[in-house]
Design a protein around this ligand. Sequence first.
Ligand code: ATP
Ligand code: MN
Length: 511
Amino acid sequence: MEPVGIITAAAVRPSPWGIATGPANQCSLTDVMSEELARELQLEEETRAFPQEVLADEGPFLSGDNIDTSSDEVLAQMLQTQFDREYDAQLLREEKKFNGDSKVSISFENYRKVHPCNESDSSDDEVDWQDTRHDPYKAVKPTPVPKKGFVGKGKDITTKHDEVVCGRKNTARMENFAPEFQVGDGIGMDLKLSNQVFNALKEHSISEQRRSARVHDKKEVSTAEKVVDPKTRLLLYKMVNSGVLESINGCVSTGKESVVFHANGGSMEDKEMPPECAIKVFKTTLNEFKNRDKYIKDDYRFKNRFSKLNPRKIIRMWAEKEMHNLKRLHKAGIPCPEVVILKKHVLVMSFIGKDQVPAPTLKEAKLGSEDSKQAYYEVLSMMKQLYEQCSLVHADLSEYNMLWHDGKVWLIDVSQSVEPTHPHGLEFLYRDCRNVSQFFQKAGVTEALNERELFNAVSGLNITSDNQVDFMAEIEALEKVNEDHVQCHGKKISAFHKDDDDEGPPIIYDE
Ligand code: ATP
Ligand code: MN
């Protein structure tokens, strides 16, 4: 008998099970010492345990560990049988648990572990098995089967546990992975992937697919529906349905307190719609508004209502507040979006920008020195107008809330704007002045007043302190005087600025 390469390896390796029970043949000492005989005996034994078909194939499971004694084979079979029984029993239990008392039951029969002897090459089943995405059995997934084909006495069947055959199949199956999943050039080679590696790869490919789907989803949602809950979506669809809007396009911005969409204006009976609209959807999550209470709570216009409103209505009030304030601005001729319609927490206004591209903020606009200077004077005069004519302090004025469009500055985001007599109105004004002053000074506008000068210029007050701390102290003192006045006389010093709300767009509070 010609020695086969494999035998040499097997002969050299010691059995991991300790002393191997050698064949009981009687022979002389010379014979025992003969390597030739040793090899022959070994070969004989190997051939009995593992038929030629498998032996001819090189595979990790053929070398050494499990093949030295026939008892290994028996042991493996016993273990496998034991395992299969346990597994099937567990399967049955799981099936019962899963179905409970339900009249319609689901059979787990297909997951039963059929004994390898009766098993055909069922790699397809295995794919299902390995694919645990919808697998109610994930919890009872068995520990890996012995890494060995069930071959041997009378059972020279090549099963899916044949690592070589299986390995090749696994490699081929990588072609079924998502096309974007890079599997290298292993498919064209005689590459054998163990189940473990294949499973890991498969799982990775699935999770990759899911991840990319998620990322994709996100993108899609963000174009039209991000942060828009079903109720808001319905509201938006209604606007399109009624023809007020022709279509709703992409999302322009997701801010702290709102999401802004672009829309094409439709038509309303007697009112002309702007061709391009911005829809500001105030977020219905309350977190962002928690620290904003003070803007509205102390605004006497809303004082009586505030305490009675639930959080959802408070958010609608923000939208309403923005609408009122925008109308005041508009009336005073300050460039700003024109209100189209207000529904609950959704405010539709004219779009500042062109062809769905919003105008850049002053922060983004990168103006040249001439434009910067012009912008500065516009902002200065707007702040004055706002204060004097609209009786408002923006309260969130900065280069982020001013847009550069059509060669001039536009004011946006006035939901938090308050009257100067608001208990913190002057502080807000001072903060606005600081932002504006710092921005234009940094932009190189040498004419820009410093924050204190700007404050006096806008408010018409004459606070003389030359440092911030004292200046602030004076402002707070003034606010206090005003508050005391309210306490004594029950009204504010400055006149109540009446809104012409009746002419405004419909306000719908109740669902
Ligand atoms: P942020 O927290 O970022 O300040 P916000 O929730 O206060 O956002 P706004 O500042 O009113 O909301 O709007 C956010 C952005 O949406 C603006 O910076 C601007 O780019 C865009 N935007 C808002 N209104 C309009 C409009 N009428 N036309 C064009 N773009 C607009
Ligand atoms: Mn803003």
